[in-house]
Write a protein that binds this ligand. Sequence first.
Ligand code: TRP
Length: 448
Amino acid sequence: MSPPASRAHWSTRLAFILAAAGSAVGLGNIWKFPYITGMNGGGAFVAVYLVCIAAVGLPIFIAELYIGQKAQANVVRAFEATHRPGSPWRFVGWMGLLSAILILSFYSVVGGWVLDFVYRSLTNQFAGHSDEEIKGVLGTLFSSPGRQLFWHALFMGGTVAIVLQGLKEGLERWNRILMPALFVLLLLLLGRALFLPGIGKALTFLFVPDASRLTAAGVLEAVGHSFFTLSLGMGAIITYGSYLGSREALTRTALSVAALDTLIALTAGTVIFSVVFTYGLDAGSGPTLMFQTLPMLFARLPGGYLVSLAFFLLVTFAALTSAISLLEVMVTYWVEQHGKPRKQTALVLGALVYGMGILSALSTNLLAHVKLLGHTFFDLADKTTSSLTLPLGGALISIFFGWVLGPQAAEEVVGPRFKWAARPLMWTARVLAPLAVAVVLVRGLREW
Ligand code: TRP
């Protein structure tokens, strides 16, 4: 076991914040949030999601950062280092590793879809084409196993290549420019969307809650997504926190990442639904939503070729910085715990995840009829993590922080200036967050 001093650390505070934000902001914001919002009836779902981010996600984000920073160790050892050797809490770390493998296996498939759309943008397959043609693009990808596997391999290869280079060179460089660029591009698209005739309906759909459209399964999905989108519940943030030297920035980092992440999701949602309601599309069309709506907008924009290319490239990078964090959790664990060389570990794990991801990549064609518990492999990997292992992991991390680390941890984390916040934070972690998750899990899983 290496002493903390020999571990790599973020070069600056900004590098750390950008990396944490890079992990959080990804396909979850731009692809998943809009489509699950559409499938769950809009406003009421968004309201639950927002409450979850603030009341459950934020405290758990702080708890994960604290645990990682204090432990200076990988997900599994972090629990032993902050509790005691052999602590049963290390089970939470193992569950985190399982979540990481499952999430990355389907995440890299969707990353592949985005790459296909980079290629389609490059070869000008959107501008000047009819809406029907544009809507059919994803279908041709879905029905081709070879095409799916090719892009999936490319995305996974890119992720491994970056993680191979190690922490400093690998992560920091990418985040600095590309994330702000994505945000700016989204704001420009929002500017255009505000002048679409469907904008009014889109805003009503997103921000006026209609409780009658919400189901228990929908609430579970909102809770699960608040974990997914902030990269919580499986130790990604613990791992990133473990590369942090000093403690001061934890609460502020959590706040800014959560705010940025939410802002990006809501912006993407507004743009996508304004297209949906302008062109009479189906809000509940599912995982294809982003891929069918935005190209229709790009096709009508002056300079749409470039906008489309820039957009899908930037989404690729946003997805990569998230995928990196998922792989990094596993690599950090195997390197530290089993003394394996970093390069070899990244390659082996990348290959393993790719292999598992094949099942998801083929879920739209060859394996579309293979259902486990009523779901394709793709849906199963998504659902078991978002609706089960992430919320469960998050609740356990919260309990660990609140009860095992207790008042002292809460006080350290908020610092002397915000001492008053220590008790509310501790009780949120002890009771509120775990209870909310437990209630939702029990009710939601019954419908699932
Ligand atoms: N948060 C990322 C997104 O929204 C996905 C992600 C990266 C993630 N790391 C994670 C999700 C860890 C859960 C846990 O796209």
